[in-house]
Design a binder for this molecule. Structure first.
Ligand SMILES: Cc1cc2nc3c(=O)[nH]c(=O)nc-3n(C[C@H](O)[C@H](O)[C@H](O)COP(=O)(O)OP(=O)(O)OC[C@H]3O[C@@H](n4cnc5c(N)ncnc54)[C@H](O)[C@@H]3O)c2cc1C
Ligand code: FES
Ligand code: FES
Length: 1295
């Protein structure tokens, strides 16, 4: 290494610059301070969605040559956690390096786009790179490998099914896979619905994968590994120094010199803390080049694994040992393997080290497996057992600061020894566990007498906890029911978890402590049965054995059906065909530009927001002095800088929630702005009352507006002479949008006339424009908002972007500089609010005879001291309808009827009126319902579920079918107008602009399909550039499912105007080409530009009278879901979902099915895993993918079928299509009701009341505690430790 560039020259980036272009960064041992802090991370300009390694959006492939085997290893890594210095000697391939629109597409890119696996496209580069890395390692992977490879990649739009479909085209059909045969009546359905198709893409058209065409490992790097550098490499940053020694001796020396410096390997533990929590380590020691830490040695009695081996390597090593050794010797290895399979993601697996000395999923197993830590320092070596002393953090058993963990020794297990591992997280994959455990028992040879017992738990304290005392007291006991009972009581006593314990879920965790032990008890009992003959104990009934089975990850299967176009439709006409998303290929190659991809503009500054840390308080003072001294800080933007409107003077001093924006800091870089924020001191005077929950708001009469009600008939009469009354409560939790692209805006002030250009990620650019205008007090016509595409919105980018746009615009006006404001995930989740939580109560009278229904609905919006909520897909519908359907379920339970019977009995039958007196025809609803019952073979499967439940005590299945009548549109006529502008240029190319925004929902694709049909030209002649307030003014938000409906009508109108103008020319030259007609029109001075306009549907609601026509039309649908729950852990698996949706004549079935699937999975998240947790002070805890669990790829139902109802028409909309953006969300509740059905079955068997309180989401915690049994009872009986006065409140509040 000779010159200052050589360290980083060793990293080859196959990014925009193509293969073998060397990344030159300044910085060397001799030139400290030349690299800014940001550059220490592998900081590509490509998607950052969480910055914590939790979403996979920033995945790239890293290739390295293994110095020992000389093999090239490829692995996927999330760049947000990769320090650039750690890539010494590695080649980095980004999505741009894989293929591009300009050169050649890679088959992975082509297939994900053509299989409709992209919507907003923000997750797509990461998906492509995870799949690409898999294919580099396994050109024909199994489907399980595919599922595993994508396990750490989140997608908020598609519902994953089409992404998997694209990946499956590369796979060998796995023999071990539990494929689901299609429904028995598939053939019948196909023949009775002869016009339906089930192919959304043509696999045969895909280019083949040719592994010989892949990029080679750069020869420069090959040469480097042949002659590895042994010198210590040092890299200085502004505040951090990275030191990478080349020998073990140097590493030990450095550790002795800098004992406080952490060793950095995968950086998956240190990284998130450094990136988002501001932890700064001035010196980082990288042992990546130390071969001693990668040594693996097999001996006759065990296995020693170097501490530098990645989890993926450990998995391979363990699998090898398991295949080589007899079962009795590999108990610990098997338990470790089991955990490694469910742990986090592939990215993490390939980066992270074996063992974090503090928290790790593997620690409990290593501890019970009697593993030993081999430590080394300059002083010498030391072996310490990973025993309870180590776990308890006793000084004698802990690592000294200068010590390095060199390797871990794991002994073989022996005959009569059994080891197991348990883990329960909020979802199956990519989630840290609530509780994990390792358990080991050794019996006296030939007996069932306990000779040794070890039990350790994770998740119940700051580090792994050993139940040493309980284990000691059980030595010498027989492995029987009496021992089980005593063990559970002792464990609950010893593993103390106070009510205020961090992480909350205390009762659930305590229940898991004993439930896991019960599982272990049964497992061991089964093994003993095989070993000890004749048996002394009674047989375990088969009904109880289901406790032993885990839910294996299964690759989803399914069919999507849609109506084929009329055979007479011209081939050129794309309407009704599954046309690929216009940006699909650009998403897949990384060429699609999002707001923050806009290159830095001249004199640009960054903005960061300062938010309140109090829930309800008055600001007394703000001290900015230290913040303004931070180098690079330019200014602070406060309310005083706003020249236009901004609430009242009093408002400006009040904070109403944690996360309320108080002011903003402007600096040269994002890092400087954030550093300044840490230095700002604000003093508050706390106010009262602080209101967090809906119940608190009711108590304090804290409401936003008067009550609204709808009434039909005399409700008092309804409760006279009734047969039965059913009453209940339903809690529906809120939901975070978790769009992959966080809120972001770039405001560029122009030099003339106070003009501003605003590039913003929004669903409503006109609202941003208007808000900026009033905030700056300049006319709207000086402000232009541009939206190219939005990386997911789901309602969260309707109102909120205007706030960020306005703040950034004030900054731009004050400083005269362009301002970029990009929220990181934590701030986005803290500030922006989400779906409103809902608390519902119902009271129903049941009568035998048929009477006219009488109904009264009352509702109020509460005002609390949590961040205010906003629109979210379905806006209120998914919450309100959950209450209605829960009420129906409760009525059914009371009447002893299946819920579907009660649903059917109370369903609309003929042309009818809603409670607000809007007439409608429910025919399609009934058809969807019947189709769904039929397609899912519901009645047969209901019987099978009952049979299963009779045979299994600890596992229960549930099935539910849910109908839906979804109200589309806004309840205001002015919101249903739209405009479009269509220009035809003299070469015949056409530019279409309309008022809708591309959020991933494919609106631009649909608009070009409309224009193509109207102008009778291929889509290739048409183009959409962006949505701009200068091209189409006064637009309304792209929301409420009507974006394509209303803009489609406007585009149609513009095209029809143009075609009418062209008619004389076409008539004159009917055989002419489009280009000839356009040329002629230009010659004849015919305007080739037209504005189209749609005046919209009438929609109104008179709340005084309680009547109106608020919705232009309804979308009907039905979904049937079946699940299986584990009553002991609360986990569930989704066995099958069938959806039938009335899309009428779909404009684009691929896009519409994508919307239904994506919304369904998002709804499933709302109702099952997505749980917002707030501290007692009102601070949102769940501010990232690690704490807030949106569905992952392994959450897709094992069989997932979607059908668009054929032969359905609606005269109102463009080409008789329907808007499907939101409706699928509620169908996710079918999974929720299937879960509650299973819980009800468990409760019935245990003789507990079936009318339990319904709470959404139905998390594992809720399911476990609802399936009450002897273990939950033990938890309630066994008291919690006393709460100390310092912790009077629980960890989290229930919102
Ligand atoms: C998205 C995500 C998901 C995760 N999921 C899980 C999960 O499911 N289960 C789980 O257990 N963990 C999980 N983690 C946490 C993390 O991956 C593990 O703790 C992992 O073992 C850390 O390894 P690392 O190499 O990345 O550690 P680093 O971040 O590089 O280092 C961690 C610490 O270990 C010390 N250290 C490293 N090597 C040595 C050594 N040889 N001697 C002494 N000290 C050393 C360092 O000084 C540092 O303090 C997750 C993390 C992320 C980001
Ligand atoms: S994993 Fe890197 S941005 Fe989410
Ligand atoms: S397409 Fe996956 S997040 Fe939008």
């Amino acid at each position: 290494m000779k010159n200052s560039h050589s360290y980083l020259a060793a990293i080859l980036l196959r990014a925009e610059w193509g293969l073998s272009v060397i990344l030159h960064l300044k910085g060397s041992p001799s030139s400290p301070g030349t690299l800014n802090e940001q550059a220490i991370w592998l900081f590509f300009k490509k998607p950052y969605a969480c910055g914590r390694g939790g979403c996979g959006a920033c995945t790239v492939m890293v290739s390295k040559r293994d110095p020992t085997s000389q093999e090239i290893r490829h692995f996927s890594v999330t760049t947000c956690l990769v320090p650039i210095c750690s890539l010494y000697g590695a080649a980095v391939t980004t999505v741009e390096g894989v293929g591009s629109m300009k050169t050649r597409l890679h088959p992975v890119q082509e297939r994900i786009a053509k299989s409709h696996g992209t919507q907003c496209g923000f997750c797509t580069p990461g998906m492509v790179m995870s799949m690409y890395t898999l294919l580099r390692n396994h050109p024909q992977p199994s489907e399980e490998q595919l599922l595993e490879a994508l396990g750490g990649n989140l997608c908020r739009c598609t519902g994953y099914r089409p992404i998997l479909a694209s990946g499956k085209t590369f796979c060998l059909v796995s023999r071990g896979l539990r494929g689901h045969p299609q429904s028995k009546n598939d053939g019948d359905r196909r023949s009775s619905l002869g016009t339906q198709e089930s192919q959304l893409f043509v696999k045969e058209e895909f280019q083949p994968l040719d592994p010989t065409q892949e990029l080679i490992f750069p020869p420069e790097l090959l040469r480097m590994t042949e002659n590895p550098e042994k010198r210590t490499l040092t890299f200085h940053g502004e505040r951090v120094t990275w030191i990478s020694p080349g020998t073990f001796k140097d590493l030990l020396e450095l550790k002795a010199k800098h004992p406080e410096a952490p060793l950095i390997l995968g950086n998956t533990s240190l990284g998130p803390a450094m990136r988002s929590k501001g932890c700064l380590h001035p010196i980082l020691l990288s042992p990546a080049r130390i071969s001693e830490l990668n040594v693996v040695s097999k001996t006759n009695d065990g296995l020693t694994i170097g501490a530098g081996c990645s989890l993926a390597q450990v998995k391979d090593i363990l699998a090898e040992r398991v295949s080589e050794l007899p079962e009795e010797k590999t108990q610990t290895y098997r338990a470790l393997l089991k955990h490694l399979k469910s742990l986090a993601s592939q990215d993490l697996m390939t980066k992270a080290i074996t063992l974090s000395p503090y928290y790790s999923d593997l620690n409990p197993i290593l501890a019970v497996g009697n593993a030993t830590l081999n430590l080394t320092s300059e002083e010498g070596t030391r072996r310490i057992p990973l025993s309870e002393h180590f776990l308890a953090g006793l000084a004698s058993a802990d690592l000294k600061p200068e010590e390095i963990l060199e390797s871990v020794y794991i002994p073989h297990s022996q005959k009569w020894e059994f080891v197991s591992a348990f883990r329960q997280a909020q979802c199956q994959q990519n989630a840290l566990p609530d509780v994990n455990a390792g358990m080991r028992v050794l019996f006296k040879e030939g007996t069932d007498i306990i000779e040794d017992l070890s039990i350790t738990y994770g998740g119940v304290g700051a580090a792994t906890v050993s139940a040493h005392k309980s284990c000691q007291q059980l030595l010498g006991r027989q492995w029987d029911e009496l021992m089980l009972d005593e063990a559970c009581r002792r464990l609950l006593d010893e593993v103390s978890l106070p009510g205020w314990a961090p992480g909350g879920r205390v009762e659930f965790k305590r229940t898991l402590v004993v439930s896991f032990f019960f599982k272990f008890y049964l497992q061991v009992l089964q093994e003993l049965k095989k070993l000890i003959k004749p048996r002394r104990y009674p047989e375990i009934s088969d009904r109880f054995l289901s406790a032993l089975e885990d839910f294996p990850g299964t690759v989803p299967q399914g069919v999507q059906r849609y109506q084929s176009v009329d055979s007479h439709q011209p081939l050129q006409d794309p309407v009704g065909r599954p046309v690929m998303h216009l940006s699909g290929l650009k998403h897949a190659t990384g060429e699609a530009e999002f707001c923050d991809d806009i290159p830095m503009v001249d004199k640009e500054l960054c903005m960061a927001l300062v938010t309140s840390t109090r829930a309800y308080a008055k600001i007394i003072s703000i001290d900015l002095s230290e913040a303004l001294e931070i180098p690079g800080v330019v200014d602070v933007i406060t309310a005083k800088d706003i020249p236009g409107t901004n609430g009242t003077e009093d408002d400006k001093l009040l904070v109403l929630c944690v996360g309320q924006i108080i002011f903003a800091v402007v600096a040269e870089t994002d890092v400087q702005a954030k550093r300044a924020i840490e230095k700002i001191k604000i003093t508050y005077e706390e106010l009262e009352p602080i209101i967090f929950t809906i119940k608190d708001a009711i108590k304090h009469n804290s409401f936003l507006c008067p009550e609204k009600k709808l009434e039909q008939g005399n409700i008092e009469e309804a409760f006279e002479k009734v047969d039965q009354i059913v009453e209940g409560e339903v809690h529906v939790g809120g939901q975070e949008h978790f769009y992959m692209e966080t809120q972001r805006v770039l405001v560029i002030p122009k030099t003339e006339d106070k003009e501003l250009d605003i590039y913003v990620s929004t669903q409503d650019p006109a609202h941003v424009q208007k808000t900026v205008s009033s905030t700056l007090n300049i006319p709207i016509n000086r402000i232009t908002c541009h939206v190219k595409r939005v990386g997911g919105g789901f309602g969260g980018k309707i109102g909120r972007p205007a706030v960020f746009g306005a703040i950034a615009a004030v900054g731009a006006l004050k400083t005269g500089h362009p301002i970029r404001l990009v929220l990181d995930r934590e701030d986005d989740m803290l500030i922006t609010g989400g779906r409103h939580p809902l608390f519902g109560k119902y009271k129903v009278s049941i009568k035998e005879e048929n009477t006219k229904e009488k109904m009264l609905f009352r509702g109020r919006a509460c005002l609390t001291n949590l961040p205010s909520n906003t629109a979210f897909r379905g806006f209120g519908f998914p919450q309100g309808t959950l209450v209605t359907e829960s009420c129906i379920t409760a009525v059914a339970a009371k009447c002893g009827l299946p819920p579907e019977k009660v649903r059917e009995k109370n369903m609309y039958r003929t042309v009818d009126k809603t409670i607000y007196k809007q007439a409608f025809n429910p025919e399609s609803l009934i058809r969807c319902w019947n189709e769904c019952l039929d397609a899912s073979s519901f009645h047969n499967r209901r019987k099978q579920v009952e049979e299963f439940n009779k045979k299994n005590y600890w596992k229960k299945r549930g099935i539910a079918v849910i109908p839906m009548k979804f109200s589309v549109g806004f309840a205001a006529t002015s919101y249903h107008q739209a405009a479009a502008l269509v220009h035809i240029y003299t070469d015949g190319s056409v530019l279409v602009t309309h008022g809708g925004n591309e959020l991933g929902q494919g609106i631009h694709t649909k608009m070009l399909q409309v224009a193509s049909r109207e102008l009778k030209i291929p889509m290739s002649h048409l183009h959409i550039c962006e949505t701009s307030t200068a091209m189409v003014p006064n637009t309304i938000a792209t929301a409420a499912s009507v974006g394509a409906d209303i803009n489609g009508k406007a585009v149609q109108n513009a095209c029809q105007i143009l075609l009418k103008r062209l008619e004389p020319i076409i008539k004159k030259n009917p055989e002419g080409t489009w280009e000839e007609w356009i040329e002629a029109a230009f010659e004849q001075r015919i305007s080739l530009s037209a504005t189209g306009y749609f005046r919209g549907y009438k929609a109104f609601m008179d709340w005084e009278k309680g009547e109106g026509d608020p919705f232009p039309y309804y979308v009907y649908g039905a979904a049937c879901s079946e699940v299986e729950i584990d009553c002991l852990t609360g986990a569930h698996k989704k066995i099958r979902t069938d959806i039938v949706m009335d899309a009428c004549c779909s404009l684009n079935p691929a896009i519409d099915i994508g919307q239904i699937e994506g919304a369904f999975i998002q709804g499933m998240g709302l109702y099952t895993t997505e749980e917002l947790k707030y501290s007692p002070e009102g601070v949102l805890y769940s501010r990232g993918p690690d704490e807030y669990k949106i569905p992952t790829i392994s959450d897709v139902p094992e069989e997932f079928n979607v059908s668009l109802l054929p032969s359905s028409q609606t005269p109102l909309t463009i080409y008789s299509s329907k808007g499907l953006g939101e409706s699928g969300m509620f169908l996710g509740s079918s999974v929720f009701f299937a879960i509650t059905d299973a819980v009800a079955a468990a409760r019935k068997e245990r003789d507990i009341a079936e009318d339990f309180t319904v709470k959404s989401p139905a998390t594992p915690e809720w399911v476990r505690m609802a399936c009450a049994d002897r273990f939950t009872e033990m938890v309630y009986i066994c008291p919690l430790p006393l709460e100390p006065p310092s912790h009077p409140t629980p960890w989290a509040i229930f919102k």
